[in-house]
Design a protein around this ligand. Structure first.
Ligand SMILES: [Zn+2]
Length: 173
């Protein structure tokens, strides 16, 4: 393991798996409980597009035009899953990850990257291995309506994503 990147905070552990770096729960998290805050330098959409490595994207969209850049803390290494156990809420200026179901000690922590994507730019093939894997990570507006509704009900779709997606959604929000 690359010790430089092996930053543990007491209740999260970063490990290198066959899929690459991943973050695991070191204790139980109840559904709806707070996990970690996302941090990082803020970049504009234009800066993001210049810096992005399409195969290794560690930028997180936080508004129509702003992205959080890479960090070396566990928030940077939380992988996408099409069947995630966590989701992002933006409260004020804070970007926070919450459990969306019970997470057991030893589980990998994941969120669905599409829930924070309203960029019309980056897409990636998904190999998350979930039974319901969509095969592609792309903007929220392209998710199946039932899944959009599920994430909206869970409160893990930031307002800017809803605004951007509204005209494409088939569900009432
Ligand atoms: Zn997937």
């Amino acid at each position: 393991m690359d010790s430089e990147h092996c930053i543990d905070i007491s209740y999260l552990t970063m490990k290198v798996t066959a899929k690459g770096k991943a973050v695991f729960a070191n204790r139980h998290f109840d559904a709806h409980s707070f996990i970690i805050e996302f941090r990082g330098k803020i970049y504009t959409m234009e800066e993001y597009k210049k810096r992005l490595n399409p195969n290794n994207n560690h930028y997180l969209q936080i508004s129509e035009n702003l992205f959080l850049g890479p960090t070396r803390t566990p928030d940077n290494y939380i992988n996408h899953s099409c069947n995630p156990n966590a989701g992002i809420k933006i409260i004020g200026n804070s970007v926070l990850l919450f459990a969306i179901r019970n997470i057991h000690k030893g589980d990998e922590i994941t969120f669905d990257y599409s829930t924070t994507m309203a960029e019309d730019y980056w897409e990636m093939n998904c190999r998350c291995g979930s039974k319901n894997c969509r095969g592609k990570i792309r903007d929220f507006k392209y998710l199946p309506p039932a899944l959009q509704e599920k994430y909206i009900r869970l409160g893990v779709v930031p307002e800017f994503v809803l605004r951007h997606s509204r005209q494409y959604l088939q569900i009432a929000i």
